[in-house]
Design a protein around this ligand. Structure first.
Ligand code: AMP
Length: 423
């Protein structure tokens, strides 16, 4: 199965040119599902979180639709209104819109609290195409008649669950009540508690629903284990794990592009066929790496989180987190690579002491403790707060052979490991 291209989704050439510059090769799942519906003018309810590519999923169609019909809405007015809970998110969305729309001739404004209002009033004076705002300050400026919302034809509520948590919903409802009824409305939320579903029912008209939340189903299908290892031991542990043929098709995740390159080289030096895939590689190089991996001529694909979005390969036996992700949601996306098309797989995480808080965040998100794998000689059982007795001691591979293999490991290495751990 090949994923659609941005052109397949109907994204216009000037936007594709900007995406090319950003090195976006393939649409993320939410983009693939949302963009065509939004270009067709439909309302949308997106269950998605930061990291899914949701901003581009709504920004691209909005930019494209506005650019197709150039129009000045008039002084103090905007054609599209994007509401976000925080100033940081508003700024991020504004930056993304400008980046994607760099070859279009559109006007933008940002409105948020905590700073003087004069520049924001000035930015709105002649009218804009897209206004990104936090609710409180926007209402303030609306009540001063510095902003008028009577020409809004597209509304986006981003991170609706957070807006609810932060107590912004009364403000949001007041804002929405002043908008023209004839409009396209979009809402995004990471979670869909009943209060948020109610808001969606009130604001959206027969919305297309797109759900890319990392499902617990995926998590449940994956056999997850963590090996507590010292950072300098990670490479040796990885190479050693890869001596087990049960690890037939493996994606290894690193946090940085540089780390991915270095590890790929080290694996090759150790006799493991590996390719790297990350944002600094050209489209051709990424495609080639992916093809070798798909065809089985490379056994290991070393990837960063962003590059992994486009990886669509079935039959991945293991995902190895060489480094834990900073964002717990990325963990779920990563391990989902080995549970595609109903398959189940194994996810191993190499966790050094500094990464323990990240592991805790992951366990909090998935509501599930990751089983500790203490079978490997370099795996540390007793330090960093891990229980002396493993919660679920099992060998790292998925065959009985790997168990005996672990027991057969050469003694000198274990001694060396003990020496290193002693420090
Ligand atoms: P978001 O979920 O909108 O916060 O996006 C998360 C990150 O993914 C941002 O850094 C985007 O620049 C990046 N991103 C979004 N879409 C793509 C894509 N199709 N390919 C690669 N990176 C993307």
């Amino acid at each position: 199965m090949t994923s659609p291209s941005f052109a397949d989704l109907g994204v216009s050439e000037p936007l594709r040119r900007a995406l090319h510059t950003q090195r976006y090769i393939n649409p993320t799942p939410i983009q693939a599902q949302a963009v065509p519906a939004l270009l067709a003018g439909k309302d949308l309810l997106g269950v998605a979180q930061t990291g899914s590519g949701k901003t581009a999923a709504f920004a691209l169609p909005i930019l494209q639709r506005l650019a197709a019909q150039p129009l000045n809405p008039g002084p103090r007015r905007t054609r599209a209104l994007i509401l976000a809970p925080t100033r940081e998110l508003a700024i991020q969305i504004g930056d993304d819109c400008k980046t994607y729309g760099r070859h279009l001739n559109l006007r933008y404004a940002l409105i948020f609290g905590g700073v003087g209002q004069a520049p924001q009033v000035k930015a709105m004076a002649k009218g804009v195409d897209i206004l990104v705002a936090t609710p409180g300050r926007l209402l303030d400026l609306v009540s001063q008649d510095q902003v008028r919302l009577d020409k809004v034809s597209i509304l986006v509520l981003d991170e609706a669950d957070r807006m609810l948590d932060m107590g912004f919903m009364p403000d949001v409802r007041r804002i929405v009540s002043t908008l023209p009824r004839e409009r396209q409305s979009l809402m995004f939320s990471a979670t869909m508690p009943s209060d948020v579903a109610k808001i969606a029912a009130d604001f959206l008209h027969q919305p297309v629903r797109v759900d890319v939340s990392p499902t617990t189903v995926t998590v449940d299908r994956v056999d997850q284990r963590v090996l507590f290892v010292a950072a300098p031991d990670k490479r040796a542990v990885l190479v050693d794990l890869l001596t087990d043929p049960a690890l037939a098709r493996v994606i290894v995740f690193t946090r940085t592009k540089h780390g991915a390159n270095r590890l790929t080289q080290q694996l090759e030096n150790a006799g493991v066929t590996a390719r790297a895939i990350h944002g600094n590689k050209s489209q051709g190089a990424r495609q080639q790496a992916l093809e070798s991996f798909r065809a089985g001529s490379a056994r290991v694909l070393v990837a960063t989180d962003i590059a992994a979005r486009g990886i669509d390969v079935d039959g991945v036996t293991h995902v190895i987190n060489y480094e834990l992700p900073n964002v717990p949601e990325s963990y779920v996306h990563r391990i989902g690579r080995t549970a595609r098309a109903g398959a189940s797989g194994i996810a191993l995480s190499l966790c050094d002491p500094s990464e323990r808080p990240l592991l805790r965040e992951i366990e909090k998100l998935t509501c599930k403790a990751v089983a500790i794998d203490a079978a490997h000689p370099l795996a540390n059982r007793t330090t960093h707060g891990s229980p002396a007795v493993a919660r679920n001691p099992r060998p790292a591979g998925n065959s009985r052979r790997s168990n005996t293999k672990a027991q057969r490991r050469p003694a000198p290495r274990v001694v060396a490991a003990g020496g290193r751990h002693a420090g």
